[in-house]
Ligand binder design. Structure first.
Ligand SMILES: NC(=O)c1ccc[n+]([C@@H]2O[C@H](COP(=O)([O-])OP(=O)(O)OC[C@H]3O[C@@H](n4cnc5c(N)ncnc54)[C@H](OP(=O)(O)O)[C@@H]3O)[C@@H](O)[C@H]2O)c1
Length: 282
């Protein structure tokens, strides 16, 4: 596995396994299977309500803890200094771990400033190795950066050929904050993997459309998180480090941008209101 260097001196695998999977048994076996297939970065979140199953999958894999990079995320009802400390301890207990490699503020809403203070303190205690955010736009990220001691190492944002967020990706790369992509295949049902431009590029390289999308992300210095519950797809999705896309091919994919989220728009007030009502039940 190749690694990206983070701005705090830590390293992160260049491609990760997204564990947003429903069902405890399915999550546990998919995580163990993904690690056995070669993944060393596992991404979960308190709101996925599967941290216990993720922790069991990690143990079941038999791979030593220090060789696996574990990310989890703070949900938005739990922002604020005390709530963040309490919720972080809950995540740690559910995962069955004594530290996480990366802890992210899941959404740029709520009392994120006090959450960040709590996270800085948890990092000093050695319970979190690296601190990051998710779904922050450049202005929100800069606001957090200028008011705090620790700069986020990562911003995990939606990124796929239909929603490329090139302005955010450039801002993150310019500011040494690693961009990480969720929804790389835009749910695999929006046509990304059937798109004629992508299938044609895949054919020319004797590769699969999904592999082309993952490499397109990597060549823009974006770390892909990809989920599959199928072993062969897990293996195929890792097999992207042996070919290269030309500038022409990168530009062909660039032209597919619709500038529209394929999930929900984090700047839409109705979405902010709706999602702010979601609660995790453990
Ligand atoms: N920070 C956030 O706000 C946020 C939001 C959403 C997601 N995430 C993270 O990002 C991860 C990835 O997002 P996602 O899983 O929703 O989206 P995605 O990667 O765009 O799509 C995943 C879908 O693609 C299918 N798939 C995987 N490999 C394939 C292949 N080689 N060929 C064809 N289909 C394939 C999977 O189905 P099968 O399982 O049936 O193979 C799965 O249903 C999540 O698991 C989660 O960790 C973060």
């Amino acid at each position: 596995m190749e690694y990206f260097n983070l701005n705090d001196g830590n390293k992160i695998p260049k491609l990760g396994f997204g564990a947003m999977i429903k069902g405890d048994e399915e999550t546990e076996s998919a995580v163990a299977e993904a690690i056995s297939a070669g993944y060393r970065l596992i991404d979960t979140a308190a709101i996925y309500q599967n941290e216990r199953a993720v922790g069991r999958g990690i143990k079941q894999s038999g791979i030593p803890r220090d060789q696996i990079f574990v990310t989890t995320k703070l949900w938005l009802q739990d922002t604020g200094y005390d709530a963040t400390k309490r919720e972080f301890e809950g995540s740690l207990e559910r995962l069955g771990l004594d530290y996480v490699d990366l802890y992210l503020i899941h959404k740029p809403w709520g009392n994120t400033f006090d959450s960040w203070e709590a996270m800085q303190d948890l990092q000093k205690e050695g319970k979190i190795k690296s601190l990051g955010v998710s779904n922050f736009y450049p202005d929100q990220l800069m606001d957090l950066m200028v008011h705090h001691e620790v700069t986020p190492v990562i911003d995990q944002i939606e990124n796929n050929p239909l929603f490329q967020q090139n302005y955010s990706v450039k801002f993150l790369n310019d500011n040494n904050v690693q961009p990480e992509a969720w929804l790389p295949f835009a749910h695999a049902k929006s046509g990304v993997l059937d798109n004629q431009t992508i299938t044609q590029i895949a054919e020319e390289h004797n590769k699969q459309p999904g592999q082309v999308v993952l490499l397109w992300l990597l060549q823009r210095n974006v770390l892909p998180l990809v989920k599959s519950v199928h072993r062969q797809r897990m293996i195929d999705n890792l097999n992207v480090f042996d070919f290269e896309l030309s500038d022409k091919e990168m530009n062909q994919i660039k032209s597919l941008d619709t500038h529209t989220s394929q999930f929900y728009d984090h700047r839409d007030p109705a979405a902010v209101k709706r999602i702010s009502e979601w609660k995790a039940n453990f």
